[in-house]
Ligand binder design. Structure first.
Ligand SMILES: Nc1ncnc2c1ncn2[C@@H]1O[C@H](COP(=O)(O)OP(=O)(O)O)[C@@H](O)[C@H]1O
Ligand SMILES: [Mg+2]
Length: 281
């Protein structure tokens, strides 16, 4: 199936496809002379994502979400299995994959704090052979749409929201078809999170971008995503097709699926309260 897709990629609409994608982390110890498996981060994930789709991944900390995105962005190699982005093999054609994707890692370390926002963008653009005029236009347009003021300030003076926005602009500089976004609205105030969500929705609707969105926010998943999966212990446990559910019931259904699948054992947490609410309905 994957081979066929690879061959006829223009005839199919799957833009991301994974085949038994697996990542184990090992602890190598020269004393024990062995490679001990210490964690299963991603295990046998098989998924096909359509062009223009927003696909959400929910899951508890440590479920494997970030690792999954890192493999697709070619930052780390899978232990087993493979994946195709835009028809390109992430292992054998990683250079082509890099031009097809924009990865927002969600880690503030991804920016140079002593440089200004604009200097950061100019620096990252050098990886993609973007002409100066085009680059200036894109920075202008993206900072306007995302309402990022202060491009000429040093990044250490930026608020979290400004850093998130700058990082999203960086992700889009080379106009990739696929966006891999790791918690893009993490710890943002309501208004900034709202602006980013609106922007992502438009990117998918108007520009046909495909977005793989990792989020802890059920409301965000419900608002933005066409399909949502719950990731648990490296696996996609269930996939919810939002379009098959009435609009008013989507949040409730997502909460229910999340609670059932996440195997949450925390006492007195908001999840317990939610669980009780679900039972009493
Ligand atoms: N570089 C690493 N070395 C060893 N274990 C790792 C590494 N990165 C992630 N892990 C482990 O893989 C699992 C999944 O981590 P991660 O993908 O960061 O989860 P999530 O993003 O869902 O919180 C966790 O058990 C984590 O401890
Ligand atoms: Mg993570």
């Amino acid at each position: 199936m994957v081979k066929l897709y690879h061959k006829f990629k223009k005839m199919t609409k799957n833009i991301i496809e994974t085949e038994n994608l697996t990542k184990y982390f090992f602890c190598s110890s020269f004393l024990r002379n062995s490679n001990e498996k210490i964690s299963v981060a991603v295990e046998n994930v098989n998924i096909e994502i359509n062009e223009g789709e927003i696909f959400g991944i929910l899951g508890l900390n440590g479920a494997g979400k970030t690792t999954f995105l890192k493999i697709l962005s070619t930052l780390i190699l899978p232990t087993k299995g493979n994946a195709y982005i835009n028809g390109y093999n992430i292992i054998k054609e990683s250079e082509k994959v890099k031009f097809s994707i924009g990865f927002h890692s969600g880690e503030e370390r991804g920016l140079y704090w002593r440089l200004t926002g604009r200097e950061n963008l100019y620096f990252f653009a050098t990886f993609y052979n973007i002409g100066l005029k085009e680059l200036k236009n894109r920075i202008e347009k993206l900072s306007e749409v995302l309402q990022l003021n202060g491009l000429d300030k040093n990044v250490y003076l930026y608020s979290s929201g400004m850093k998130q926005k700058l990082s999203i602009i960086r992700t889009l500089l080379h106009n990739p078809d696929v966006l891999l976004l790791d918690e893009p609205t993490k710890s943002l105030d309501f208004e900034t999170a709202y602006e980013i969500r609106k922007f992502l929705k438009e990117l998918s609707k108007n520009d046909g971008k495909t977005i793989l969105l990792v989020t802890h926010n059920l409301k965000e998943a419900e608002e933005l995503c066409d399909r949502v999966t719950i990731m648990e212990k490296g696996k996609f446990s269930k996939i919810v097709n939002m379009k098959e559910i009435e609009k008013e019931k989507r949040k409730e259904v997502l909460e229910k699926v999340f609670l059932e699948n996440a195997n949450i054992k925390m006492e007195n947490s908001k999840y317990e309260i939610l669980k009780q609410n679900q039972k009493s309905k």
